[in-house]
Design a protein around this ligand. Structure first.
Ligand SMILES: C[S@@+](CC[C@H](N)C(=O)[O-])C[C@H]1O[C@@H](n2cnc3c(N)ncnc32)[C@H](O)[C@@H]1O
Length: 455
């Protein structure tokens, strides 16, 4: 029998929004058939115009709001609802924090894992927090422009205020954009893989004020490179680092492998947890320094470290977590796959005169297996993986090493819940509520800390 959806394209329906998806879309149901509606909040009653009907769900847009949520923020310009940079900007901040707590709970509930989730720890000023930006450079109406992509498209909307970036970064991007315009540089054209300038990446040390600018080019040759370098330095006095990164590939990955130093030094400094850190262009560094300190402090407290402990820090980046715990324990081992990040981590240990850490370049899953085979017996394992979470083999190796405790710092609650379930198969369970920390206000991303122990 042919299934017919209870809604049809281009028709309108009156619905009440019942939930938000992990992407922040409103969910309404007609005869149990879900409709995903952009820019609609829980509790709102709207007339929706159906834009697409699939087998199991439909998409709609808001045609008219009949009853508005008291959590709605007014006055958001169209450019910000069209792009994906601040997908929760229409939701008041306390409600954003509740949404994130709920998201974590939903992911655990889906897998039937008993978990309590605390209220999300938020920020006092949830704007202009990012210390790093990677801004695409494209041709818009014949003019080299900086901005962000329209959702689900490659069309760029020019923007000058990115709302969530350190304002020093917004200013620098405009200065560089204007200089590139002046020298008539060609913006990258994704479709034809032509043009020169792909992205402008800017990183700023929140406390040090040091700034790194990376001009990502498709071509090895950067026309007018000397003049551009001179003018950028003239207009951004005290710029610490100006780098050309060459990325000739047809890819969405921003940075290529080759860096050319145009002026200054190839790294910047910043302080975190009372320590000094050097950060180079290709290394990962947490983007929200204010919340990172809260996150790390929580991870450290929850690790309940003692002076005799041996700790593994898996996915150690430039060593921020390893070095933050080193003074409280006997020995730390860090593993990280990006070679430059490990070099940074080693330099950072030296700068901070920390001797009881050892960093290894390897895939965490392979190194963990090796450490386990070598008989390493960590007391505490801290993991801080990328969004895809942990490899199953890593979980097995960790369990085989039998640590007292695993502290899991996660940037994706779906993979966190999946991994917690796998840890459960080896006897490790959550021993306290999961604690979300809002590292990415105005966006749908959720960071959290969990602790697993053997029953
Ligand atoms: C979320 S970051 C955490 C970094 C660090 N703990 C911090 O807080 O700054 C994840 C790190 O894992 C690294 N990475 C990604 N896949 C990896 C793998 N298979 N093995 C080891 N490191 C990996 C990335 O390069 C990145 O530095």
């Amino acid at each position: 029998m042919k299934f017919t959806a209870p809604v049809a394209k281009n028709e309108t329906y009156e619905v009440t929004i019942q939930d938000l998806t992990y992407e922040g879309m409103g969910v309404a149901k007609i005869e149990d058939f879900p409709i995903f509606i952009e820019n609609a909040l829980v509790g709102e009653k709207v007339i929706t115009l159906i834009t697409k009907v699939k087998k199991n769900f439909a998409f709609g847009r808001v045609d008219k709001v009949l009853v508005e949520s008291s959590d709605r923020v007014h006055g958001i310009e169209k450019a910000y609802t069209q792009t994906g940079i601040t997908p929760l900007q229409h939701l008041k901040y306390p409600a954003q924090l509740k949404f994130k707590q709920h998201q974590v709970q939903v992911d655990f509930d889906k897998l039937k894992i008993p978990a309590e989730v605390n209220e999300t720890i938020g920020m006092e000023d949830p704007f202009h927090y990012r210390n790093k930006a990677q801004i695409p450079v494209r041709n818009v109406n014949g003019l080299l422009s900086t901005g962000f992509y329209k959702k689900h498209s490659h069309e760029m909307i020019p923007l000058e205020d990115f709302k969530i970036q350190d304002e020093r970064i917004d200013k620098a991007v405009l200065i560089v954009r204007d200089i590139l315009r002046k020298f008539q540089l060609e913006a990258y054209d994704e479709r034809n893989h032509t043009g020169v300038i792909r992205n402008i990446m800017v990183r700023v040390g929140k406390y040090s004020g040091e700034m790194m600018i990376v001009l990502v080019t498709r071509t090895k040759k950067l026309p007018s490179v000397e003049e551009i370098t001179r003018q950028i330095n003239e207009q951004i006095p005290g710029l610490t680092s100006l780098i050309q990164n060459i990325n000739p590939e047809k890819t969405n990955v921003v940075l290529g492998k080759k860096n050319v130093l145009l002026s200054g030094v190839d790294r910047i400094h910043d302080q975190l947890m009372g320590l000094d850190f050097e950060i180079s262009a290709n290394s990962f560094y947490q983007v929200n320094p204010v919340q990172t300190e809260k996150l790390y402090q929580l991870a450290i407290d929850k690790a309940e470290l003692t002076k005799d402990d041996v700790v593994i820090d898996a996915y150690s980046g430039i060593g921020t977590i390893s070095l933050s715990v080193a003074n409280s324990v006997k020995q730390v081992y860090g593993v990280e796959v990006v070679e430059d990040a490990v070099k940074d981590a080693e330099t950072n240990a030296k700068i901070n005169k920390i001797k009881n850490v050892k960093f290894v370049v390897n895939k965490a899953e392979e190194q963990m297996e090796k450490w386990q085979a070598d008989g390493l017996k960590p007391d505490v394992v801290i993991v801080d993986p990328p969004r895809k979470g942990l490899a199953e083999s890593l979980i097995k190796s960790v369990a085989d090493m039998n640590p007292k405790r695993v502290v899991y710092v996660s940037c994706n609650p779906a993979t966190l819940a999946r991994d917690v379930k796998l840890f459960g198969d080896f006897g490790y369970h959550l021993n306290q509520p999961v604690q979300p920390v809002d590292q990415f206000p105005q966006t749908v991303h959720v960071e959290s800390v969990s602790v697993l122990e053997k029953a």
